[in-house]
Design a protein around this ligand. Structure first.
Ligand code: NAI
Ligand code: MG
Length: 357
């Protein structure tokens, strides 16, 4: 069976880091005989320069037909003056909405080799390996009605609507329960069920789903406490599932526990397990073209792609083990450089991962 992977390098450091991830994916494609076909497309500023559109029809069409997408990053000062609807970011948002990528998976892993990068004490974070599952296409970010209205007497009032339907909660819940099954079997659902009715329903549905996943141990936590626990004792968590807004905040908080933006991958999935995979960082225009960007977040996004969209767990683990090995070897790009380590370029880092495979 042949499956297709669409590579969308985008802007800034995007092409540099995606090139390294592509090398790595092609290598495991051979090693594990995955039968993957690689295709390339334009998105973001690169697409604007070529076609005038941040998400050309041809790219969307290919994206819809592919099994998975690996995206670098979009945006940069060159396009910052364009009107909102024409900006590079619209390319990314267009892909998310057209492909209905409702499940955002963001692991926060602190590699022991990079422990000094975290702002927390080593004993609090060492060995940290958690996964936030954030609902991405619903909740208060999309609820209607919304806007700013004028009240009687002339005062203005801003309002948004927090809504989740049962089916929306159930489908993100399933993604989280399945992620927990593949990991330690612990799932914490984060809500505000002491105040918000939406999350009373959320909690009820998570409890209901738990009956279908007897191997997963489900717990619940209020979001304010979860924010606190993430910095107090983050290792108590394995998988966290939550709605769009709480997930936005908690996933950034969790990511920063690891201290290194160049190491963090992400996945956004739809109900067909089709997914878009990308590093959490942006296009880093300040270092673009210099060959010094860290390609590991993108390479690790490739591993997530193998795991979640292509069902190739062994190949995913091989990439993750190779990344860990190059860190063991003391190889570091500039962003994660520390005393006594050997600084390498983007390409050298990609080559080292290839060699470790
Ligand atoms: P950024 O993540 O691009 O950069 C923040 C800082 O981290 C910079 O100093 C950068 O050099 C560094 N950095 C980021 N990735 C790195 C890597 N792989 N290796 C080494 N250093 C790295 O965020 P910023 O500066 O706020 O945004 C720059 C552009 O990226 C903007 O146009 C923004 O809109 C876009 N952006 C795109 C995203 C995406 O495509 N998903 C996400 C975030 C920002
Ligand atoms: Mg955010």
């Amino acid at each position: 069976m042949s499956r297709s992977v669409l590579m969308l390098p985008g802007d800034g450091i995007g092409p540099e880091i995606v090139a390294e991830a592509e090398k790595v994916l092609k290598k495991v494609n051979e090693q594990f005989e995955l039968g993957l076909q690689f295709d390339h497309g334009l998105v973001g500023g690169a697409a604007i320069d070529e076609t005038g559109e941040p998400l050309p029809g041809k790219t969307l069409d290919r994206a819809e037909k592919s099994d998975a997408i690996l995206l670098g990053a979009v945006g940069g000062p060159k396009w910052d003056k364009l009107e909102m609807a024409k900006r590079p970011e619209k390319g990314l948002l267009g892909l998310r909405s057209n492909l209905k990528l409702f499940a955002n998976l963001r692991p926060a892993i602190l590699y022991p080799q990079l422990a000094s990068a975290s702002s927390l004490k080593p004993e609090v974070v060492s060995g940290l390996d958690i996964m936030i599952v954030r609902e991405l296409t619903g909740g208060i970010y999309f609820g209607q009605p919304r806007g700013v209205r004028k009240l009687e007497g002339g005062e203005r009032q801003g309002y948004n609507t927090y809504v989740y339907s049962e089916s929306e909660i159930r489908r993100i819940g399933r993604v989280a329960f399945e992620a927990a099954q593949q990991r330690s079997g612990k799932l914490c659902s984060v809500d505000k069920a002491n105040v918000l009715e939406v999350t009373v329903l959320w909690r009820e549905i998570m409890d209901d789903l738990a009956k279908e996943y007897p191997d997963v141990e489900l717990s619940h936590m209020y979001v304010d406490n979860a924010a606190m626990q993430l910095v107090r004792a983050p290792k108590q968590f394995d998988v966290i599932v939550t709605g769009n807004m709480f997930g936005d905040i908690l996933s950034d908080e969790a990511a920063m526990l690891t201290g290194s933006i160049g190491m963090l991958p992400s996945a956004s999935l739809n109900s067909e397990k089709q997914g878009m995979y990308e590093p959490c960082h942006g296009s880093a225009p300040d270092i673009a073209g210099q060959g010094i960007a860290n390609p590991l977040a993108t390479i690790l996004s490739g591993a997530m792609m193998l795991r979640y969209s292509l069902g190739e767990e062994k190949a995913a683990e091989a990439i993750e083990a190779a990344v860990s090995k190059v860190l063991d070897q003391g190889l570091r790009t500039a962003d994660i450089m520390s005393e006594g380590a050997k600084q390498v370029s983007t390409r050298e880092m990609g080559d080292a991962v290839l060699a470790a495979l």
